[in-house]
Design a protein around this ligand. Structure first.
Ligand code: SF4
Length: 400
């Protein structure tokens, strides 16, 4: 597709590309990948990374699941320069191997508009390194989105990063302009963040902004405001699943975050963490599964199957690990269990739990085929942990 003007902006964006590899933007972070890539971002991070700047526009566009469906999203930054020194980051101050590019808000907005009109992208994830302080950088990010919304009248999906230490009014403006905003805590605790990012303050620069997102929501009922998300860097500094999920639970319950992203650490050459091992991608995956149990299934942190190390098993999903310990010898009677109990059974989710409760008012559920008809996709997975009308289900029976 021929792009008629602002070649400099497009060229700069083209070279920024993979910069947001570590920053998922949508509903299915594990499936996010640049349009040209056949591997997921999770697979991408298994190897130590030496190259962070892309060479084609397609590398800057990821297939992202947004609330209104899957879309090709441009993931880019206003600048790859940064005055901070996060130990894991390719853009940290002083890392000579990183090419530094900076776009003005006008340039970036115009470039995005052209790509969007050419139907190459439908959505934007916008981040930035920090130059001249967080507040000045956040102003530029907000200016960019204002231009996109007002001058170019773009109404589609925008996910905007909030810089550490931004101001209340900036957070509020960002929530009005964007569909999602990210305030990345990076570490599950103040101490973990100190190890990861010595120049960031967990409480005053990061958590405070998440508190503001909830305050702003409460002060502006009925207004369309972006929901907040956060992200943790997993596995670089000894953080445990217990720490990560305990903080996640508080964020879901108290601040109503839409999502917590877990980004498995991958070493970056020429950073202080270059010799640390990469985090097993399976750990990231299990953390997502556990976080959905906390967010959508009514679980609490005390129920999670942590080992003494504070971590979960990698070989089976947390719901099944819990069921193996708890339900195998004390199966749940599907005809009488309440919704919370049904949601503890592997294979039964919120929709099928509701369907079961509704159906059993009319009929007796006696076999796995009945569960399948109610939307339990793999009832044989549930079979070891349930009773149907007082009996263990026959796992050999034909389902049709
Ligand atoms: S603030 Fe830290 S994580 Fe963000 S770009 Fe700068 S060095 Fe990287």
């Amino acid at each position: 597709m021929y792009i008629s003007s602002t070649p400099d902006a497009i060229t700069k964006m083209t070279q920024m590309g993979d910069v947001t590899l570590y920053e998922p933007a949508g509903e299915q972070p594990h499936s996010e990948r640049p349009a040209t890539s056949t591997t997921t971002s999770r697979q991408h991070r298994r190897e130590p990374q030496t190259r962070y700047q892309s060479q084609s526009l397609a590398e800057c566009i990821s297939n992202v699941a947004t609330p209104s469906g899957a879309k090709p999203i441009l993931k880019t930054m206003l600048t790859t320069a940064c005055e901070r020194n996060c130990n894991y980051c390719p853009f940290r101050a002083g890392r000579g191997q990183t090419k530094r590019f900076t776009l003005t808000p006008d340039e970036l907005a115009k470039g995005f508009d052209q790509l969007q009109r050419a139907r190459l992208v439908d959505g934007l994830f916008l981040s930035s390194g920090i130059i001249k302080g967080s507040i000045a950088t956040q102003d530029k990010l907000i200016d960019t989105i204002e231009i996109i919304r007002q001058r170019y009248r773009y109404r589609g999906f925008i996910h905007l990063k909030i810089m550490p230490g931004a101001q209340y009014d900036q957070v509020k403006r960002a929530m009005k302009l964007a569909d999602r905003i990210s305030v990345n805590l990076e570490g599950a605790t103040h101490q973990r963040l100190e190890q990861l990012a010595p120049k960031k303050n967990w409480t005053t620069e990061l958590l405070q902004m998440l508190l503001w997102t909830e305050q702003i929501r409460q002060e502006n009922p009925g207004q369309k405001l972006a929901r907040a998300v956060t992200q943790f860097v997993v596995g670089a500094v000894g953080d445990t699943d217990l720490e990560l999920l305990s903080t996640s639970e508080r964020l879901f319950n108290q601040l109503h975050l839409a999502r917590v992203y877990f980004s498995g650490f991958g070493p970056v050459m020429h950073t202080p963490f270059e010799n640390l091992p990469a985090t097993d991608p399976q750990r990231e995956f299990r953390l997502y599964q556990a976080s959905f149990l906390l967010r959508d299934y009514g679980w609490n942190i005390e129920e999670m199957p942590f080992a003494q190390s504070g971590n979960m098993r990698l070989d089976i999903d947390p719901k099944k690990a819990w069921a193996e310990e708890t339900l195998l010898h004390h199966p749940i009677e599907v005809m009488t269990a309440d919704r919370q109990q049904l949601l503890r059974v592997p294979g039964i989710g919120p929709v099928s739990a509701d369907a079961i409760i509704s159906a059993r008012r009319q009929t007796t559920l006696r076999d796995l085929a009945a569960l399948r008809r109610l939307g339990v996709r793999a009832p044989e997975q549930s079979a070891p942990y349930i009773l149907l009308d007082g009996h263990a289900p026959d796992r050999q029976m034909k389902l049709f």
